[in-house]
Design a binder for this molecule. Structure first.
Ligand SMILES: [Ca+2]
Length: 257
């Protein structure tokens, strides 16, 4: 034991606030698609992760961070989520997810899930409803307010609402067709056009993600990592900007001091 002048007196150490567990934790990120294939069909799966937990335990990690495994058309590697409360059949079932968390607890490992709250998949029921409902009705306006629908620019609305670019390249807007077949408004997608951005100023969106988070925490997950938090908040007016929008300039990481 160190007893020199640099050691902390026991009384002071007792009074020092403890860091949250994750500050000093070693977290191992698993991309389920490529990590381990339990049934040998060429696609990694949750049962494969469960089978390899002893290996991760042996490495000495404290927690496992799972990349998205939710129901998804897989247009963006599972970051396009159509159902946040279920497992994509590619990776297994909800029972496989429960088996994974049980095995992780037994191995003394925490599990963090990767949530994707900036956008849903265009196959999500909310977006399907938004496109299928007459935008001039109260129901249609409510469905569209979960996302970032805006009228187009120009006399006939045929130009995108502003100059924002997608992170994946090209304009960040796609025009819709109304249920009656006429050209409609545009929706924002800061990633792929199959990933419509959510409107985080809509209380229903916030409540839904709180409920999704509770769904997974109740199943025994330790917590969640929220992908791309710098992009959620954006000017509601969606005006043309003179340079790259703020989210593309905001550093995603800061050094801890
Ligand atoms: Ca498999």
């Amino acid at each position: 034991m160190t007893t020199g002048p640099l050691s902390t007196p026991p009384s002071e150490a007792r009074n020092r606030p403890q860091n949250p567990w994750w500050v000093d934790a070693v977290i191992y990120q698993v991309y389920p698609r490529s990590f381990a294939d339990a049934d040998g069909n060429g696609m990694g799966d949750l049962a494969g992760v469960t089978a390899r937990l002893p290996y991760l335990q042996q490495l000495g990690v404290d927690a496992v961070w799972l990349s998205p495994f939710y129901v998804s058309p897989q247009k963006d590697g599972g970051y396009d989520v159509a159902d946040y409360r279920d497992v994509d059949p590619l990776f297994g079932t909800l029972a496989d997810a429960d088996a994974l968390i049980d095995a992780a607890h037994e191995a003394g490992l925490r599990i963090i899930v990767d949530l994707v709250p900036n956008h849903t998949s265009s196959a999500h029921p909310w977006f399907t409803e938004a496109l299928a409902t007459d935008p001039d009705t109260e129901e249609g306006r409510a469905a569209r307010d979960r996302y970032m629908f805006r009228p187009g620019a120009g006399a006939d609305g045929s130009e995108p609402p502003n100059n924002w670019q997608s992170t994946f390249g090209g304009q960040a807007w796609t025009r819709t067709t109304n249920p009656d077949g006429t050209p409609g408004d545009w929706y924002l997608h800061l990633f792929d056009s199959s990933q419509p951005d959510l409107n985080w100023e809509n209380p229903e969106v916030r409540d839904e993600f709180e409920d999704i988070l509770r769904f997974w925490l109740d199943r025994g997950w330790t917590g969640s990592g929220w992908t791309w938090p710098t992009g959620w908040s954006r000017p509601r007016a969606c005006r043309t900007t003179p340079s790259a929008p703020a989210w593309s300039r905001t550093p995603a990481w800061r050094r801890r001091r």
